[in-house]
Design a protein around this ligand. Structure first.
Ligand code: NAP
Length: 284
């Protein structure tokens, strides 16, 4: 029987532990989120993060900036976040509006507060396989937590990652390599994608296209693990992933559904990173 890799039980198990850690601190950890404009999806993501902060007893501070904010004013807000000792973790909710989109967001947040794990320092940690200073980016971290909890051993496995973004594909590939997998990275220029999905033990799709991968891309003998990072809308405007779930679900060993799989794990990782940031700043 196919194993559904669900975030909910794991979250229900982990949040009380994080809450416990927060209650033992000298003061609760505090997260600041910078949101430019009112992009509906971004507002929804931010609300979800706020809820999770409440659940672990962390403080949440949303700075809403107007869509037409000047570059200087935006950078000043970042500076405030970085220099305020009462803020332990922070991030800019992406995407930024067009006039700010050339700003290198990997250089914005102070490394010790980079709970999203998008900063250069965090990336160096992935390359070195040493996470003492930076933070593991939330989506790949959440996927690794799922593997660990579900006892999915990565050593010697062949993993195919589709997508090479800085926030998902690249860090995911590095984490898998660090865990002993043999990794193939695919992208829009990859020839014969099927060859790479059919021959893998584990496939992680972070493309962002509705039903991009159907049953033809996978083995039918329940041998493969599928991780669907995609967050797309189907023809009925329902949230869905990159993988045509219904057509593959009975053929695979395990699969993350969308919604209910990788998305909530990403937010859980953010909470874990916030607690870690506060622990580090307290010298623990
Ligand atoms: P992105 O920056 O747009 O990257 C998409 C990647 O897909 C690119 O590397 C692109 O290749 C590749 N691609 C596009 N068409 C392809 C094709 N025909 N064959 C193979 N590869 C192809 O996206 P992202 O930020 O990584 O996000 C990807 C998806 O994950 C989106 O749906 C996003 O909403 C979702 N997401 C979910 C979470 C979560 O928590 N669940 C978190 C982050 C993102 P090139 O590099 O060659 O263009």
């Amino acid at each position: 029987m196919t194993n559904l890799l669900l975030a909910k039980p794991l979250i229900e198990d982990t949040l009380p532990k994080l809450k416990d850690l927060c209650s033992q601190m000298s003061s609760p950890p505090k997260m600041r989120v910078i949101l430019v404009g009112e992009n509906q999806a971004s507002v929804t993501y931010v609300k979800h993060k706020e809820k999770q902060c409440e659940k672990i007893g962390a403080l949440f501070d949303l700075v809403k900036l107007p869509l037409d904010i000047s570059r200087d004013d935006f950078l000043q807000e970042i500076e405030k976040l970085n220099s305020d000792n009462s803020i332990h973790g922070g991030f800019v909710q992406l995407p930024l509006p067009k006039h700010l989109s050339d700003i290198d967001t990997t250089e914005l947040i102070a490394p010790e507060k980079d709970v999203d794990g998008f900063g250069v320092e965090s990336f160096i940690g992935l390359i070195k396989n040493n996470y003492e200073r930076g933070f593991i980016p939330c989506t790949p971290k959440g996927i690794m937590t799922l593997f660990e909890t579900e006892n999915i051993d990565l050593t010697g496995k062949k993993a195919t990652v589709i997508g090479r973004s800085l926030i998902v594909g690249k860090p995911m590939a590095l984490l898998l390599q660090n865990a002993g997998a043999t990794v193939t990275m695919c992208h829009s220029r990859t020839r014969n994608l099927k060859e790479h999905t059919l021959s893998a033990d584990i496939i992680i799709s972070a493309v962002g296209k509705t039903k991009f991968l159907n049953a033809d891309y996978f083995q039918k003998d329940q041998s493969q693990v599928l991780i669907d990072v995609g967050m797309n809308r189907d023809e009925e405007n329902k949230l869905c992933g990159d993988i045509d779930f219904e057509s593959v679900k009975d053929n695979v060993k395990a699969i993350t559904p969308v919604p209910g799989g990788v998305g909530p794990m990403t937010v859980l990782s953010l909470m874990e990173n916030l607690v870690l940031a506060k622990q580090r700043q307290e010298g623990k």
